[in-house]
Design a protein. Structure first.
Length: 403
């Protein structure tokens, strides 16, 4: 169903037809006659099973819809309104009319990362359209084998401090050269593609890490890069074991089966910390003898506040539902892009109703497209991060004018 105002209109369509011609016929049948002028933006996602047809389908879609900018990628699953297509052919498309919005396509080749990461003037020219205003958002789709995302996101922050970065790492290929991207008339299998959005729109980001805290927040008293040696002056492993001893049977079983995660507080100036205040990271190793715990967070420092977390299906559903309720109360959403982890599958949830269905339950038939990623990109606080096992979502609205 369309959602529109005088200033903005979004439409979406998804299909699981195996035949590529029939699939695009279905998409065009839902989109082609919806507006009386070309679309400004078309975003297209396909499943792994449709990768071999991606270029031909994208070309036909672009010729028919004539967008100013077209961008897309491939993943192991795609999402539409009340639809999650995985393990079979699937195509999902979001199309938008965005008057008053500057859309700048960007392409980052693997061979130019050195310049991108070290030459802020070069990067500024790549992404900025208005020197007086940062873009509202960047939608970023990248190849995990040829994109230094951990270094790239802080560099983007230097160039455009107010810009929110949302997107994901392509998941259709399990080795270099097997992912696919489209940007206008060009097709790629490496690097990254994206768009920056500047001007007459508002964006709100939802990042559900699907984890809940256990124990209490603690200060890191000894650390070396990504390795925690001491918490509250005690060996980190000893502190964790003490916390586990206080847990009930259910949470102990979660720790035993799924392990623990470590959340690092983003804004240390807050007096109380809750969900959304932590950047949650995986534990990548530990040593009982020395008492250390290693996490995949190279920004860990002495004096920071951390808290252990656990993750499971029920927490993932609950956390995303709570955040979607906040989004629902904002009202006025016109279109949504969603980027869940490829681990948040039907197998993980144990039922067919996954992230796309939760969005429908909370926001109704807002136009939506998305794909399952091999790493999600989204903000926590005022910083943009790379995540895993999360769902990142962006909702677009017209700028609210004062009466």
């Amino acid at each position: 169903m369309p959602q529109s105002t005088a200033s903005m209109a979004f439409y979406s369509a998804a299909t699981d037809f195996e035949d590529p011609t029939r699939a695009i016929d279905h998409i065009l049948g839902r989109l082609e006659s919806r507006v009386d002028r070309p679309f400004d933006l078309v975003v297209m996602f396909v499943t792994t099973e449709m990768v071999k047809h991606f270029q031909a389908m994208a070309r036909r879609l672009k010729q028919a819809l004539k967008p100013r900018v077209m961008i897309g990628s491939a993943g192991v699953a795609v999402m539409g309104v009340q639809s999650d297509i995985q393990g079979k052919a699937g195509v999902s498309v979001l199309a938008a009319a965005l008057p008053g919005v500057q859309i700048k396509p960007v392409r980052f080749h693997p061979g130019e990362w050195g310049q991108v990461l070290n030459d802020t003037e070069f990067l500024t020219q790549q992404i900025i359209t208005d020197p007086l205003n940062d873009p509202k958002a960047m939608i970023l789709l990248a190849d995990p084998f040829s994109t230094p995302m951990i270094s790239f996101l802080p560099t983007l922050k230097l160039v455009a401090p107010q810009m929110k970065v949302i997107g994901g790492m392509a998941s259709s290929g399990d080795s270099p050269g097997n992912n696919r991207f489209v940007l206008n008339d060009q097709y790629w299998f490496d690097g990254a593609v994206g768009i920056t959005l500047t001007g007459n729109l508002d964006v709100s980001c939802t990042l559900s890490q699907g984890a809940r805290p256990i124990g209490q927040p603690m200060i890191v008293t000894k650390a070396d890069k990504h390795v925690i040696h001491e918490l509250r002056g005690k060996p980190a492993i000893k502190v964790l074991n003490e916390i586990i001893e206080t847990l009930g049977p259910l949470e102990r079983n979660l720790v035993k089966s799924n392990g623990v995660l470590v959340g690092r507080v983003i804004n240390e100036y807050k007096s109380h910390f809750g969900r959304g205040d932590f950047l949650v990271r995986n534990v990548v190793g530990y040593d009982d003898e020395s008492g250390v715990i290693a996490i995949n967070d190279s920004r860990l420092r002495v004096g920071q506040t951390v808290q252990f977390h656990v993750q499971d299906r029920d927490t993932a559903v609950e956390d995303f539902s709570m955040l979607l309720e906040v989004e629902r109360l904002k009202e006025g959403g016109r279109g949504t892009l969603i980027f869940p982890s490829n681990t948040r599958s039907e197998k993980f949830f144990g039922l067919k109703h996954t992230d796309a269905h939760q969005v429908y339950d909370a926001l109704g038939d807002i136009p939506l497209a998305g794909f399952a990623t091999a790493g999600e990109i989204g903000p926590v606080g005022d910083q943009n991060f790379m995540h895993s096992h999360t769902v990142s979502m962006v909702t677009f609205r017209p700028v609210q004018t004062q009466a």
